[in-house]
Ligand binder design. Structure first.
Ligand SMILES: [Zn+2]
Ligand SMILES: [Zn+2]
Length: 70
């Protein structure tokens, strides 16, 4: 059996599950998933993924245009 990749069910910014807060969730290019509202607040002060510290660049202020720069 291949190792199953662990799926993160909680947002590392607010430490809450994805069902406990309204709003969309966003997947970073590194694969981590956060609440859209949580990661928006995080990126006001940081430009790294809260989980793996990869640098994330956001182009055109759209969640679909994240670029990874580890
Ligand atoms: Zn969150
Ligand atoms: Zn990450």
């Amino acid at each position: 059996m291949p190792t199953v990749v662990a799926v993160v069910f909680t947002c590392s910014v607010c430490m809450k599950g994805f069902k406990s807060r309204k709003g969309g969730k966003v997947q970073m290019p590194c694969g981590h998933v956060y609440h859209e509202v949580s990661i928006a607040g995080w990126f006001m002060h940081h430009n790294t993924c809260p989980n793996c510290r990869c640098k994330i660049f956001q182009e055109n202020l759209s969640w679909e245009t994240f670029k990874l720069a580890c």
